[in-house]
Design a protein. Structure first.
Length: 286
């Protein structure tokens, strides 16, 4: 429950219902189809957890990156903190949401849309990946949950992840948000983990607590060759110092170890889940 101070903007786009409102505790929040996506006060937790594990574990400093979704621009912002990045493409199908975030959430994107390395495209991400021959060192999948009839439904499937794998460089990585990881609500996370593992030889789940969500939140990292579990605390801290411009507020070596140390009930659920989400049988969030 969040006390709303005022509604900044509300609109129905071609794809979804969008609201940006200001809350008493968390400042401005982005809400899509009734689900909070990020808040001004704690978005750094979510976006640092989403981006940096994949960017740090890559075999060499990444030079090219792709964001799938990421309307408020904060995922793009974190990627651009790497001076090694020469090109960052963001593909979000909903131009209206991106425009509203650009105008009303400067605290989140912090000018990322205007960076000379940024390329923003408003088209279907799957079609973009199918048609491009470009390869990326890092891909972030920062999408809303796959609600029935929602814009992201077919971007959580084995078929889509196969396309993503083919658009990664050999040492590249993909990370994604993967839903709640609390007891009795971990089914989406475990099904996604199994689906990604059907495509990538290395898949690691991790989690963090996002305050405005009120629940622990899961993420997944997929790779053809690199493993985040091989990075110890000192190595993560050294990579941050060598690759990232400025200080991180959330992610460091100790946080890395904690996030990837999943509790026993969640590890057991991952091992037991055999579901693979496909185009023919999408997993719909209730």
């Amino acid at each position: 429950m969040h006390a709303i101070v005022r509604t900044v903007v509300e609109a129905q786009t071609k794809f979804q219902h969008v609201e940006i409102f200001e809350t008493a505790a968390y400042g401005k929040c982005l809400v899509l189809d009734g689900r909070i996506q990020s808040s001004q006060a704690d978005e750094f937790i979510y976006h640092e957890a989403l981006v940096h594990p994949g960017m740090l574990v890559s075999e060499k400093p990444p030079t090219t990156a792709l964001v799938i979704g990421g309307g408020e621009g904060a995922t793009l912002r974190e990627i651009l903190r790497y001076p090694s990045i020469t090109r960052a493409v963001m593909v979000d199908i909903d131009a209206e949401v991106v425009d509203l975030c650009r105008r009303h959430l400067p605290e989140m994107h912090r000018g990322a849309f205007d960076d000379r390395r940024t390329e923003v495209r408003h088209e279907d991400a799957r079609a973009y990946l199918e048609n491009t021959q470009d390869r990326f060192d890092y891909i972030s999948i920062d999408l809303v949950e796959p609600l029935e009839e929602g814009p992201a439904c077919l971007l959580f499937t084995r078929e889509f992840y196969t396309i993503v794998r083919e658009r990664l460089t050999p040492g590249g990585t993909v990370t994604m948000q993967a839903g709640m990881t609390k007891v009795a609500d971990e089914a989406f996370f475990t099904a996604l983990h199994r689906t990604l593992a059907d495509v990538f030889p290395i898949v690691r789940g991790y989690q963090t607590f996002v305050s405005c969500f009120g629940t622990p939140w899961g993420f997944l990292l997929g790779s053809k060759s690199v493993d985040p579990l091989m990075l110890d605390t000192a190595r993560v801290d050294a990579l941050i110092a060598g690759r990232v411009r400025g200080d991180l507020r959330y992610w460091d070596g100790q946080t890395h170890q904690h996030a990837f140390s999943l509790p026993k009930f969640l590890r057991t659920a991952i091992e037991a889940d055999t579901r693979v989400i496909t185009d023919g049988r999408p997993f719909i969030v209730a």
